[in-house]
Design a protein around this ligand. Sequence first.
Ligand code: ADP
Ligand code: MG
Length: 388
Amino acid sequence: MSSIRLENLSKVYSGPGGDIVAVNDVNIDIEDGEFIVLVGPSGSGKSTILRMIAGLETVTDGRILIDDEDITDRKPKNRDIAMVFQNYSLYPHLTARKNMSFGLKMRGELSSEEIDERVENAASIMSITDLLDKMPDELSGGQKQRIALGRAIVRDPQAFLMDEPLSNLDAKLRTQMRTEIQLLQNDLDVTTIYVTHDQTEAMTMGDRIAILDGGELQQMATPLEAYYKPNNRFVAGFIGSPSMNFIDVNVDQSGELSLEHEAFSYETSPRIRDAVDSAIDRMILGIRPEDIEVADESTENTIEVTVDVIEPLGKEQMIYFSLDGETYTGSVSGHRNIPEGGTVHLRFPTERVHLFDHDTSESILNCVLPEEDEAQQFNAAAGEGATS
Ligand code: ADP
Ligand code: MG
């Protein structure tokens, strides 16, 4: 068990076409026993960070510390870290048991009885005892990944590093293994850094998630913080599925501040007016599909749209609508009868709206948190009670 600190970590690859900055000045502090997920699109530098921590890749700039000890230049075998890869990387000519014990035998620190005991223990934790004498090619993808995880457990390392370990499994098995890895990590309480490009995996597994784009850390936060309080448009769009809608608007500050679009004029609330600088004339309005409401024509401040496509999903339905040539998504109750090709009135509740700077993409205002909402409703209800 250990804390891990990445200090101004950078990696530059020099190629014939010039330098590639794979990781750019990343700072991450990971507490002892934490489960951290590095998430970002392909090429965002996730694997490079993991490989630098494991010592499989040199560091261009910055430091890596484990329990405050600088291990930046230490050889991989002298770092007490176990890595699990997407492709399992088992030795094909060794049984599962030998795959699990091989690393420990090579180290020569434990007796063969102690090694056997560790393998049996790890096998029992991963429910693979009956697979121990099989060869890798006799095992399914899920079973191979269990062996690979078992091999990591056997080492009893200071930290687990996992690079997209579930990517080669089918959707159902992936969901199941996701839960298992979480339970395992809870049990063993070993500091874990888990890499994925899948935001759902990140949201469901991480104590905290580090969102990366273009080698740069965009935000380090709990999953719900990243969802409700994204630092910028990238995080807002990457976290949450389907993705947040982003609508370019002009800001009319001549009267009470309104957000102007070819297709609508959006009246703001005091919360929004307080957050917007008087010099701003353009912004990006963000609204999550699940926050969009279908309203009656008589409701104030609605936006009339034509519904191009409807996707019924049972409990909810996805509606795709266009505003000035751009397509946006709403997720509304499946019970509502909405005509495909017809028009509906949509409401963007002001407490659900996000605003981003048009030029920098930084968040200007995030939505109200659900508990803040509840507190407001509670106070309102309590107020009513007092007057009646
Ligand atoms: P991720 O794991 O997030 O998909 P990587 O860390 O693998 O991203 O890669 C980050 C960037 O570094 C990418 O642009 C990739 O092409 C580049 N890169 C990775 N490894 C090398 C390498 N050995 N040589 C040159 N460029 C590399
Ligand atoms: Mg990768």
